[in-house]
Design a protein around this ligand. Structure first.
Ligand code: SF4
Length: 246
């Protein structure tokens, strides 16, 4: 499989399965600098700026190895997360195994470009990068028409879906975020929508977003959607203590 890293948060019973490989090339991707769960690292997200480029992982687990390493854990939620878990052909079988052995609620975090068998995924979180096609191309190297199409199809098929987008100063600001909220609001006004804050990485020209910028975008998104929240990197949850399983 493409899984190179696993963490477990025992108080919330959340299992994070980290997959390697992505079909976008986001200029602000922190995975180029820190491969592992940010909750484990000693540095703050601001500390990413001083990190050298990371070497890609060189050890991947088979499905049997994943199941053996998590044996004894009781995850309430299993998060299939990035880079891009939807690219792994064995992901659907693992999601099924998690349902059958742990009865966990399976959540896929995705950039939305690739489609996969979601039979054993209970909820999908689309992490949008931009709404405007040119901005999307500038940031990720790819157009976003397919992503918007995949998102709409999934919502209209009745799958439980959430959406999120990061405020990136001077690139993806409140008007861009409002445009995405307006697009979603036209067919799913109750869909949960989260505005997050970009944090700066070496080699990318954008500064970190602050809470005021994010809140401005949230208030515009609320004109179109009923369920909008913000998450910024300065909101630290002290009880969040993931443990490294692999
Ligand atoms: S979609 Fe996520 S993992 Fe892929 S390049 Fe962008 S930020 Fe990185």
């Amino acid at each position: 499989m493409n899984i190179f890293h696993i963490t477990y948060e025992p108080s919330y019973k959340i299992l994070d399965l980290h997959f390697w490989g992505c079909n976008l090339k986001c200029r602000g991707c922190y995975k180029n600098y820190d491969l592992f769960d940010l909750g484990l690292s000693g540095h703050s997200v601001e500390g990413l700026l001083s990190l050298p480029p990371a070497e890609p992982p060189d050890r991947f687990l088979t499905m049997d190895e994943v199941m053996s390493k998590i044996n004894g854990l009781e995850p309430k939620y299993t998060i299939f997360m990035g880079q891009e878990a939807a690219l792994d052909p064995e992901m659907p079988a693992l999601a099924r195994a998690m349902h059958e052995t742990a009865q966990s609620c399976n959540i896929l975090l995705t950039n939305g470009l690739a489609t996969t068998d979601l039979s054993h995924i209970d909820e999908v979180v689309f992490s949008f990068k931009a709404f405007n096609d040119e901005v999307h191309k500038q940031y990720t190297g790819r157009q976003n028409a397919q992503i918007l199409h995949n998102f709409r199809e999934l919502v209209q098929a009745g799958k439980k879906v959430q959406a999120e987008i990061a405020f990136i100063p001077r690139l993806v600001e409140e008007n861009e975020i409002e445009a995405l909220a307006r697009y979603i609001g036209a067919f799913a006004p109750d869909l949960p929508f989260r505005v997050t804050s970009y944090f700066a990485v070496p080699g990318a020209p954008w500064q970190a977003a602050n809470q005021m910028q994010v809140e401005r975008a949230v208030s515009l998104a609320k004109l179109h959607l009923r369920n909008v929240i913000s998450i910024t990197s300065d909101m630290k949850e002290s009880s969040w203590k993931p443990e490294r399983i692999f």
